[in-house]
Ligand binder design. Structure first.
Ligand code: SAH
Length: 214
């Protein structure tokens, strides 16, 4: 049955996401923390998001919630698989770029540095962007509103409450360096000025080249 293909694809793609998280969670214990913000709330969010992904496994491994299906054509569902795959790549790239600065809750590590490379060059929250991409892909691929709502609602809730506190924490730690970084990047979507600056930069160079005294 075709539905089984979607279930297998979802399990495989989602396991990539889960394994990346587990791998970085294991490595993280080696680094000392310097400061932590809203610890209880952060741990609560973490559990909430954890509970929110349980229906993914219910959908993938059983047929108990198949009645909550919505009728997407097959191409939309495979598009969903592609979106999860893209989200997985962004998720891995962000973890690699943050390295020892990564943490599942809001905290500053000893020797924390401000990362502005990799995906952080374009946006300030590529990991959250990846989580939203994965959620969109999961919704299209599973085509099941229980799976979709239980994944998306906690994640949206967590993002909305957490993101400004995270930026405030980073401003507190890195001051003008972070303020300057904020001017150049978007939260989830790159700022268009990034492209404009690039063009201005090369036009400037061309202009200087032409008017240089011989
Ligand atoms: N919001 C980011 C990171 C999520 S992990 C994203 O979506 O990609 C949360 C931790 O990452 C926070 O505890 C914070 O200390 C750290 N962090 C966030 N942005 C950072 C950056 N640009 N450089 C270094 N650490 C950062």
């Amino acid at each position: 049955m075709r539905e089984n293909q979607f279930k297998i694809a979802l399990t495989a793609l989602f396991l990539v996401d889960a394994s990346v998280r587990l791998y970085y969670l294991k490595g993280r214990r080696r680094f000392e923390r310097a400061a932590v913000e809203h610890e209880k709330r952060e741990k609560f969010f973490y559990r909430l998001v954890g509970i929110g992904i349980i229906p993914i496994f219910y959908y993938s491994l059983t047929s108990r919630i198949d009645t909550f299906h919505f009728p997407f054509p097959a191409w939309v569902r495979w598009l969903g698989a592609g979106i999860i795959f893209t989200g997985d790549l962004l998720f891995i790239w962000s973890h690699r770029a943050l390295g020892r600065n990564w943490s599942p809750i809001l905290e500053i590590r000893r020797g924390h540095t401000l990362v502005t490379g990799g995906p952080y060059r374009f946006i300030r929250h590529p990991m959250y962007a990846a989580i939203f991409l994965i959620g969109t892909g999961v919704s299209l691929l599973a085509a099941n509103w229980v799976v979709s709502l239980s994944y998306m609602l906690p994640v949206i809730f967590m993002y909305l409450i957490r993101v400004s506190d995270e930026e405030e924490m980073m401003r507190g730690q890195f001051g003008d360096e972070y303020r300057d970084y904020m001017r150049k990047t978007g939260r989830l979507v790159p700022k268009l000025s990034f492209l404009r600056n690039k063009r201005k930069f090369s036009l400037n160079k061309a202009f200087k080249f032409k008017t240089m005294p011989q």
